[in-house]
Write a protein that binds this ligand. Structure first.
Ligand SMILES: Nc1ncnc2c1ncn2[C@@H]1O[C@H](COP(=O)(O)OP(=O)(O)OP(=O)(O)O)[C@@H](O)[C@H]1O
Ligand SMILES: [Mg+2]
Length: 248
């Protein structure tokens, strides 16, 4: 469903993503784990076709992210770091707008909106203007717009950032339930989040993938914590240790 091959991205002389390769199969929830600045958002923006790669390639749902970017966009749900809400629309209006653009048939749009309002725990704020939402609620509406058209592949950049502890638990449950019928790639710097939500982990450190493994294969001989701390670069060990202890 997602196949990444030697993807690179430079900003001027700075290499933010270097030779990144990994796969995410149908039904997998893949945690893209790395400390701040590791290259998670840059990789995700390339996979969601918002940023052209410097070199390398990737396919999402079978389509090339550069040559067939329209096809890719049609098949993904994408939650960026900062959800792209229109402040002057109510939550309901915004979801109707997004659903329409994404081709949800008019006849089923109303029921689809009700469904995502419930799934993302935003029924209570459906008549609020997006500009009046708190950070956590903006995040939940961002998640709702990502799944409204039932995309094959869901790409989430730090989906639990800005949520309070109860919301984090609810959103993690939601993501787990999405994993049954979709392929999910989520970025995070919170290691316990990967253990709780994902069945595969891809660790990125200083722009390079340093580890790709199913969680079921990891736990036999080593914990995810050990692998993570051993695989990041020396400069990142302190940041990585903080990731291990966050958000449990
Ligand atoms: N537009 C840009 N121009 C120059 N450098 C950039 C740009 N965007 C990102 N970078 C740099 O590329 C590196 C990777 O950034 P990226 O945002 O992909 O990291 P990240 O893993 O998502 O971090 P975080 O956990 O903080 O969100 C960082 O060193 C960042 O400063
Ligand atoms: Mg980021």
């Amino acid at each position: 469903m997602i196949e990444v091959r030697n993807l690179c991205k430079s900003y001027g002389d700075y290499k933010a993503v270097i030779d990144v390769s990994f796969t995410a199969a149908k039904g997998q929830i893949v945690g893209f784990l790395g400390p701040n600045g590791a290259g998670k958002t840059t990789t995700i923006r390339m996979l969601s076709t918002f940023l052209p790669p410097t070199s390398g390639s990737a396919t999402v749902a079978g389509f090339d992210i550069v040559a067939q970017s329209d096809e890719v966009r049609r098949r993904i749900g994408y939650l960026p770091e900062n959800p792209p809400l229109y402040g002057e629309m109510t939550v309901e209006e915004y979801l109707r707008f997004v659903g329409d653009i994404k081709g949800v048939p008019r006849a089923s749009l109303r029921s689809r909106i009700s469904e995502v309002l419930e799934r993302c725990f935003i029924v209570d704020v459906r008549r609020k203007l997006c500009q009046h939402l708190s950070r956590g609620y903006r995040q939940r509406v961002g998640l709702a717009q990502a799944i409204i058209h039932e995309p094959e592949v869901i790409i989430l950049d730090e989906p639990t950032s800005g949520l309070d502890p109860r919301q984090i638990i609810e959103i993690r449950q939601l993501i787990k339930s999405l994993g049954r019928d979709h392929t999910v790639l989520l970025s995070t710097h919170i290691l316990p989040e990967v253990s709780m939500v994902c069945n595969k982990v891809v660790i990125i450190s200083r722009g390079r993938v340093v580890m790709e493994s199913l969680l079921s294969e990891l736990s036999r001989d080593k914990s995810l914590e050990q692998v993570f701390l051993e695989s990041v670069s020396r400069e990142e060990v302190v940041d990585a240790a903080a990731c291990v202890n966050q958000g449990a």
